[in-house]
Design a protein around this ligand. Structure first.
Ligand SMILES: [Zn+2]
Ligand SMILES: [Zn+2]
Length: 256
């Protein structure tokens, strides 16, 4: 059964609100913004696959400490699934033997703690019985959205993005779409920041949803945690027939 458990669903850390990590199953998580802070050691040892949408800090924050945990706990391993470009960014700027050890060569060459697998846009791949279609979205760095399918149903996950024709087109083409997870980062008054950083405001989400045909619930995430009340108030006033829902940490969303 397809589901999402938000371990962290905000665009930064503040008090109990954490950066982005969405658990799809015990073994598979989208992004690494809040893995260690919200999972027990026993749960962490079940993690096998991390899908990385892009290399911004709020999405990769826990990769170094997860690698350290996996190695020190007894040589468990996990695989990062992303594009080759994003993988190169993570290798060059994180696992570079300067900021953090190169866990692709630890405990030794040939037996890595962290492995990379590359996906290609528009080409579905299978992880943990889920069929995953990566879509390039519109962010200041290379960034990925997903259509995730399992047991005949699917969901669309925007990742970090400004207005994005390709994501809208992908969800409009999806036959058994049940729900959407869509970012909205800033309130309307910060539209200039949203535009320059390629994120959405409630008004921006309203425009995107006007182009989306399936009348499915839209779960909003990636709000900046210091401005949640303001963003949610504005979201409650947007004109759309789709139910707007606010993602909350540790509250599972079941699809279908
Ligand atoms: Zn982000
Ligand atoms: Zn980002």
């Amino acid at each position: 059964m397809l589901s999402i458990l938000p371990l962290g669903c905000y665009g930064s850390d503040l008090e109990e609100k954490k950066c982005i990590s969405m658990r799809l199953s015990p073994a598979t998580i989208i992004d690494a913004g809040a893995i260690l802070s919200n999972m027990s050691s026993a749960e962490l040892l079940k993690v096998k696959h991390i899908l990385i949408t892009h290399a911004h800090f709020d999405h990769i924050k826990d990769l170094p400490t997860l690698a350290d945990f996996m190695l020190s706990y007894g040589m468990h391993t996990f695989t990062i699934h992303t594009t080759r470009t994003i993988a190169d960014q993570i290798r060059q700027y994180v696992f570079n033997d300067l900021i953090w050890p190169d866990f692709t060569n630890l405990p030794k060459k040939g037996t890595p703690t962290v492995a990379f697998e590359y996906f290609e846009y528009g080409q579905p791949f299978v992880v943990d019985d889920m069929d995953i279609l990566p879509i390039p979205v519109n962010h200041v760095v290379e960034s990925v959205g997903f259509i995730i399918r399992q047991d005949g149903v699917s969901l669309g996950y925007s990742g970090d993005t400004g207005p994005c024709d390709r994501f809208v087109e992908a969800v409009n083409n999806e036959k058994n779409l049940q729900l959407l997870c869509w970012e909205t980062s800033f309130p309307n008054r910060l539209e200039v920041i949203a535009k320059n950083s390629k994120h959405l405001t409630p008004r921006g989400l309203e425009s995107e949803l006007a182009r989306v045909s399936p009348q499915v619930p839209v779960w909003v995430f990636h709000m900046k945690p210091s401005m949640i009340d303001e963003i949610e108030k504005e979201l409650s006033e947007i004109k759309t027939k789709k139910p707007i829902r606010f993602m909350r940490q540790k509250r599972p969303i079941v699809v279908g």
